[in-house]
Design a protein around this ligand. Structure first.
Ligand code: NDP
Length: 394
């Protein structure tokens, strides 16, 4: 088994994206430096970037693990977006990043003077990378300050918060996009195309699993154990990727959900939020999706699609840097060769382009609202032991 994995890795390294061994974070085989320093060597995109002065200016709110290790370094790969401002509760940290990424220190804000971003014409778009329970407040304040918003997933803790975010952006005539990076990532896009062009025949089933071991020593995991800040447990944080995969692969909205949860008794990590959720979604075409989400099993981020004429597997499906897509049809198995690209840069540029062209982004607030609605239905199904009917989007 290990040899098979090693062979696969070797093959991918040779024919793959030029990511090199640093891009392959398989524990025990290779090690990866901090991704902030070890950005993989992506193939340059075909079209040249627009001149710097024409790129839209972005403010990043919340300088935590994800913002500093993935998002901020990815601006260097953007063609239509540039980092111009930082918002943080920690001035010294913000000054450090401002120096590192050439942000003018006058463009450092905190949570109190955040609203004065309205007076800064350099900032067009605000990217909210705060704990989930703060997404609604900072999206609404950002829209009221006249800025377009990219908000991290999950959109918010409740349906009411999501609706208020959408209303605030509509009222201010600003775009609202939810940061569903997988929907901008080339391997996932290829999987969607294969499924929807019926290359696997009639879709029958999807299996999607997303989990990791929550680490109470990691500062980024502390708020994830707090219901008010996190909204939920593994489902809200990573099970949402399984839910998303089932929705974007079918291109349909589920009509029914059933679910079970389990949290290890007396595990202090799960006093407020759940550890495991297994859920089933029924789609109108008859596809059933079996999904798992866990804060207790080791890192897994994959999905499989089963059709009448073939199957596909994307594993990893939602990694930051590496993906592997295997398609099997009529006993022939093929590993798809696709160029890895910086999905964060693609995602941010999508919003910049949507703003410049005054178009609705591909993953607007309504997309985030739908997931929150479905995740709450999944919790209800688990709590009541019933299958819950879910209305299509209103
Ligand atoms: P972190 O805890 O690392 O970062 C959150 C940052 O928010 C903190 O560093 C802090 O920044 C700021 N903050 C403000 N108020 C609070 C508070 N009360 N408690 C904790 N932090 C606070 O979390 P992550 O970076 O992992 O996650 C942030 C968001 O990004 C979440 O919504 C998460 O779901 C999402 N995410 C998305 C990923 C994806 O792949 N799309 C991957 C990982 C996370 P400061 O000190 O600058 O004020």
């Amino acid at each position: 088994m290990l040899n098979a994995v090693k062979n696969l890795l070797t093959r991918r390294q040779i024919i793959g994206s030029g990511m090199g061994i640093l891009g392959v974070g398989m524990a025990g085989l290779v090690t990866r430096n901090s991704p902030a320093i070890a950005q993989p060597a992506y193939k340059p995109a075909k079209e040249p970037p627009i001149p710097d002065e024409k790129k839209l200016g972005w403010a990043v709110v919340g300088l935590g693990k994800f913002a500093t290790q993935q998002i901020i370094p990815s601006f260097s790969q953007c063609k239509q977006s540039k980092l111009v401002a930082l918002v943080s509760g920690d001035r010294a940290k913000a000054e450090n990043y401002a120096r590192q990424y050439n942000v003018n220190p006058k463009n450092i804000y905190n949570y109190e003077n955040y609203d004065s971003l309205r007076n800064n014409p350099e900032v067009d778009i605000i990217y909210i990378v705060l704990p989930n329970g703060l997404h609604a407040e900072y999206t609404i304040r950002g829209a009221q300050a006249g800025k377009h918003i990219l908000c991290e997933k999950p959109m918010a803790n409740t349906v009411e918060e999501c609706q208020a975010m959408i209303a605030a952006c509509n009222q201010a005539n600003r775009k609202l996009m939810i940061a569903y990076r997988a929907q901008y990532e080339p391997f996932n896009l290829e999987a969607i195309a294969i499924a929807q062009k019926k290359q696997l025949g009639q879709l029958k089933a999807i299996v999607a699993d997303h989990g990791r071991n929550l680490d109470p020593k990691d500062p980024a995991d502390i708020w994830r154990m707090n219901k008010k800040l996190a909204g939920g447990g593994s489902l809200f944080d990573i099970g949402i990727y399984s839910l998303q995969a089932a929705r974007y692969i079918t291109g349909e909205e589920p009509t029914e959900v059933c679910a079970m949860t389990y949290s290890t008794p007396n595990d202090p990590r799960f006093k407020e939020v759940e550890e495991n959720v297994n859920f089933i979604l029924r789609f109108p075409s008859g596809v059933l999706a079996n999904c798992t989400s866990s804060y207790g099993y080791s890192s897994t981020k994959r999905f499989q699609v089963f059709g009448s004429n073939g199957t596909l597997e994307l594993d990893p499906a939602t990694d930051y840097y590496r993906h592997q897509l295997t398609v099997k049809r009529e006993k022939v198995q093929e590993e798809r060769q696709i160029q890895e690209q910086n999905q964060f840069a693609l995602e941010m540029d999508h919003l910049s382009e949507s703003v410049m062209q005054d178009r609705q982004p591909k993953t607007p607030g309504e997309e985030g609202l739908q997931d929150v609605r479905l995740m709450l239905a999944i919790y209800e199904a688990a709590r009541t032991g019933r299958t819950i009917s879910v209305d299509s989007r209103e």
